[in-house]
Design a protein around this ligand. Sequence first.
Ligand SMILES: [Fe+2]
Length: 135
Amino acid sequence: MAYLDWNESYSVNIKEFDQQHKKLVSLLNELFEAMKAGSAKQILGVILNSLIDYTEKHFAAEEALMEKYDFPELWRHRNEHIHLTKQVLAFKDKYERGEVSLSVEMSGFLKAWLTDHILKTDKRYTEFLNKNGVY
Ligand SMILES: [Fe+2]
């Protein structure tokens, strides 16, 4: 069993974003596995950077689609993306400076960081975008 298993309860009912969320889940699992295996800091850093890069691309894709259809909550959602990005970049900086290590606790933070956003915020665009014919 993976550290985080994607299941239908995470679906936002938009194929492209479900695929991207699955990719984020798999990067988080990769990071957790590498951490558990005691991989070198450099390797963990590479995976962490992939997770951050992919997150930024994914957030941009969500925002572009919300913007295209004039989703009324775009700004609220965008602000949350900004906040989440700041959180993870702050963690990355501390990690690179050696002030924190990648631990079970930190993986828990990243897990909640990802799942809370999908479940509480992303799902808010589902109905609106589906009504606009986007699935
Ligand atoms: Fe989002």
